[in-house]
Design a protein around this ligand. Structure first.
Ligand code: AMP
Ligand code: TRP
Length: 346
């Protein structure tokens, strides 16, 4: 028994989770199911957890300063309302820990142009006018690698769209270790998958649910009230068939698959058992059941988020304490990095 306890406290140190969310406006059900719900679950498993509001990533596209500050608090409020306990997890905003930018610069010198040019998110975000995109938008994945490796994080829970950036993080760690002949940065494991790593638009089951979609009907926002949630599910695009009872019946039915995925993730069950439960129902019958479950789970989060937003001082104190704790880990790792690469620290 004692041995087991010893083992588990050791394990706790071996497994460190880092993840981040950008404060760039509204949060969607995709952010919750694809990322934050898992952040909460990992907190009560065997991990040390570090969660960051990545404000320096946000400014890769221009942000209104007042809104950026409010959005930063809002993401923090969302984390806490969703169940992250700031006494256990380390919760902070990126710019309060300058080591992120410092290690980010070093990784700009490790990552290769060719690697960055392959990043699909840059191509998507920069669009046709890539010559006019910020240099920071191009370099951003190197800063993301710094966010993670600054804590020697071993596990990074994210949605499916971040997979390529995590592969780049691994490449940077491997190249750094190789170039300086050290075994210093860990090769991080992405934690993608689970039921809802990719929540799709309610208007088009082949497109990701996104805060930047022009149609508000395409997404559930974390602040939507019950009526809005019912309306959005009611209007969600579907096909004419009834729901299948087994997985092969979802083939080529992206909208049906998406609603089933959302229901499964909300009710913490597998797709198989959801289909056993609802197979045979018409969408007209299933949609209100789904909406009801969503309201039941999301409205306490919205209420708590709003309460916290009325108490911005409370949030700021939490973030400031979190930044102090983060720097205690990040500082020595940056110092060691400087030593390895030969930066004189007189
Ligand atoms: P972002 O809002 O783009 O900073 O994303 C924050 C986190 O939410 C990342 O881990 C994303 O992968 C995840 N995420 C965003 N949209 C979705 C979605 N539609 N489905 C699943 N995960 C998502
Ligand atoms: N790039 C992530 C996104 O757009 C946010 C992010 C920044 C992140 N740094 C990170 C996620 C480190 C995980 C780990 O959603």
């Amino acid at each position: 028994m004692v041995d087991k306890e010893k083992q588990s406290s050791l394990k706790k140190f071996e497994k460190r989770v880092f993840s981040g969310v950008q404060p760039t406006g509204g949060l969607t059900l995709g952010n919750y199911l694809g990322a934050v719900k898992r952040f909460v679950e990992m907190q009560s498993e065997d991990y040390e957890t570090i969660y960051c509001v990545v404000d320096q990533h946000a400014i890769t596209a221009w942000q209104n300063p007042l809104e950026l500050r409010e959005n930063t608090r809002q993401i923090a409020a969302f984390f806490i309302a969703a169940g992250i306990d700031p006494n256990s997890a380390i919760l902070f905003n990126q710019s309060a820990v300058p080591e992120h930018a410092q290690l980010g610069w070093i990784f700009n010198c490790v990552a290769r142009m060719g690697w960055m040019q392959r990043m699909t998110q840059f191509k998507d975000k920069a669009g046709k006018n890539s010559q006019n995109a910020a240099l920071g938008l191009f370099a951003y994945p190197a800063l993301m690698a710094a966010d993670i490796l600054l804590y020697h994080a071993t596990h990074v829970p994210v949605g499916d769209d971040q997979k390529q950036h995590l592969e780049l993080t691994r490449d940077i760690a491997i190249k750094f270790n190789h170039d300086y002949k050290v075994d210093f940065f860990p090769v991080t494991e992405p934690v993608i998958g689970g039921t809802a790593s990719r929540v799709m638009s309610l208007r088009d089951g082949t497109k990701k649910m996104s805060k930047s979609d022009p149609s508000d009907l395409s997404r559930i926002n974390m602040g939507d009230d019950a009526d809005t949630i019912f309306l959005k599910f009611k209007k969600a695009k579907t096909d004419a068939g009834a729901l299948p009872s087994e997985i092969p019946g979802l083939k080529n039915r992206p909208e049906a698959e998406n609603l089933i995925t959302i229901y499964s993730a909300l009710s913490n069950q597998s797709i198989e058992s959801t289909l056993k439960e609802v197979g045979g129902k018409q969408f007209s019958e299933f949609k209100p059941i789904l909406a009801e479950l969503a309201v039941e789970l999301l409205s306490p989060i919205s209420t708590e988020m709003n309460r916290l937003m009325q108490n911005s001082e409370e949030i700021d104190i939490i973030l400031s304490k979190g930044a102090d704790r983060a720097r205690k880990i990040a500082g020595p790792i940056l110092q060691k990095t400087y030593e390895i690469i030969g930066m004189l620290q007189p």
